[in-house]
Design a protein around this ligand. Structure first.
Ligand SMILES: [Zn+2]
Length: 315
């Protein structure tokens, strides 16, 4: 198939139509997934011949949904499965599996062995000129309201830049840790959050480094935060060694100084807690080894942790 065929297919995706449920009368799930894949492929963050709902795809999906006029993020497993009816999305099912609509990412992974796009389409997405036409075809296919189209264009630019910022952040680990940084130009300002979040969550496997909680919704959203040790507002520091993956509770306790980490990467619990019932949130983690990133070059900096112990932690 040629570019013209795919432009038509992208404008005429088989989607659920419902004027009351969808802002433009057509379900946005498939176009949002395709936009996410195009953005990730441009930045070498996904292989279009072996598509997996990994953290990069789930985070980009969630970032794009944020600007649509829906209260909830759509479940990512729906378009991952249903795009097979559109003629360019090839799903291989696992042996002895009868194809059926999954009800979770977990079930999707348990029945599908691989997803790949047509080779012709992958080549077209690789090319700047045809890629932009494909994006426009999705934006103008009647899946989004006018306001959503404008906001999606902005979000696509911001996410695209977040990958450039991410490259700069990854390079920082080659140098000695510095307390503060100046790499954040105004160009990168709105793009920094998704970049920092992706590198921290990836290296901690989306797991709280204190309690080990990992929780991902069927929309693909992780409950885990990418927390700064030295506050970003004071030190401008998105170095991964100034980051820790923390659940909402432990992020709050860390920022309030009720929890810290010692120089052997053991959890420190403050004596300044008045009441804790049950003792399963805080006290039980005292002196436990924290859960570390997958590579030692990404371990939290003891310079940053020392600052946290001295300035924030309530002993
Ligand atoms: Zn936790």
């Amino acid at each position: 198939m040629n570019l013209g065929d795919y432009l038509t297919k992208f404008k005429e995706l088989h989607v659920d139509k419902n004027k009351n449920r969808y802002s433009a009368g057509k379900a946005p799930h498939k176009p949002i997934l395709l936009l996410s894949l195009i953005l990730l492929s441009k930045n070498n963050k996904i292989d279009l011949s072996d598509i997996k709902p990994n953290i990069y795809l789930r985070e980009t999906w969630a970032e794009l949904w944020k600007i649509l006029s829906y209260n909830r993020t759509g479940p990512i497993y729906l378009p991952l499965y249903h795009l097979r009816s559109d003629g360019f999305w090839k799903i291989e099912f696992k042996k002895h599996v009868h194809p059926h609509q999954p009800r979770s990412i977990h079930e999707f992974n348990s029945i599908v062995s691989s997803i790949t796009l047509d080779d012709d389409l992958i080549d077209l997405i690789d090319d700047d000129n045809s890629r932009n036409k494909l994006i426009n075809s999705l934006l103008n296919g009647g899946y989004f309201s006018e306001i959503e189209i404008n906001n999606l264009k902005k979000a696509i630019r911001i996410i695209d830049r977040s990958f450039d910022y991410e490259k700069k952040l990854i390079l920082l680990i080659n140098d000695e840790f510095k307390m503060s940084h100046n790499i954040l130009t105004s160009e990168f300002k709105p793009s920094r959050d998704p970049a920092f979040r992706r590198i921290v969550l990836t290296s901690y496997n989306e797991t709280c480094s204190v309690c080990g909680v990992k929780l991902i919704t069927s929309s693909g959203i992780s409950i885990i935060d990418a927390a700064h040790i030295l506050p970003f507002s004071q030190y401008n520091n998105d170095d991964i060694r100034n980051g820790m993956a923390l659940c909402k509770t432990h992020h709050w306790l860390f920022d309030k100084g009720l929890i810290s980490v010692d120089d052997h990467y053991r959890v420190l619990v403050s004596g300044a807690v008045e009441e804790e019932t049950p003792e399963s949130v805080l006290t039980k983690f005292n002196k436990n080894d924290m859960i570390m990133p997958n590579e030692s070059s990404k371990y939290p900096s003891q310079v940053a942790l020392d600052w946290h112990r001295e300035r924030i932690f309530q002993r």
